[in-house]
Design a protein around this ligand. Structure first.
Ligand SMILES: Cc1cc2nc3c(=O)[nH]c(=O)nc-3n(C[C@H](O)[C@H](O)[C@H](O)COP(=O)(O)O)c2cc1C
Length: 140
């Protein structure tokens, strides 16, 4: 198993429906391939942790890199892991109408949703810092 963490810049500021579109597709795909992690978006910047089988993660990262919706994809971490830090795949971004995301599967409402194994590791640290620095509107 391995993880990859990257940051990237949206080509244009993303609308809520565009983010929801990524969420729907990614959630289904990642669940089918046993990929866990988290994708966060704030004001034009993405950060994503992907964890799973080496070949599966590398293949997905190649596809994501080629995605025209973002640019300047910079890999921060690429390392073998003994166990997963995230129990599922979730996506977090601030919405104007929280009623919309109330029952949305795959949407990160609260930090505790992340269900972090031991809360350690550089991937987890990167995510926590991004949430804090961007004051992402997820509840702690
Ligand atoms: C920031 C960002 C993160 C993405 N994360 C995922 C992901 O975790 N899983 C996934 O299947 N697709 C993700 N996508 C979508 C992929 O880039 C790609 O569109 C999708 O896998 C379909 O690939 P295909 O058109 O080659 O079939 C993401 C796209 C962006 C812009």
């Amino acid at each position: 198993m391995k993880n990859i963490v990257y940051i990237s810049t949206a080509v244009k500021l993303m609308h809520e429906n565009q983010l929801l579109d990524i969420l729907h597709n990614a959630r289904l795909h990642n669940a089918a391939l046993n990929i866990s992690g988290v994708l966060l978006y704030s004001e034009g910047t993405f950060i994503q942790v992907l964890e799973g089988k080496d070949s599966v993660i590398d293949a997905l990262y190649s596809r994501i890199q080629a995605d025209q919706r973002h640019k300047n994809v910079i890999k921060l971490i690429d390392e073998p892991i003994a166990e997963k830090s995230f129990s599922q795949w979730l996506m977090g971004f601030t919405v104007t109408d929280s009623a919309k995301t109330e029952k949305l599967v795959g949407y990160l409402k609260s930090i505790s949703d992340l269900d972090l194994n031991d809360g350690k590791g550089s991937a987890v640290a990167a995510i926590k810092t991004f949430i804090e620095n961007n004051q992402l509107a997820v509840n702690s």
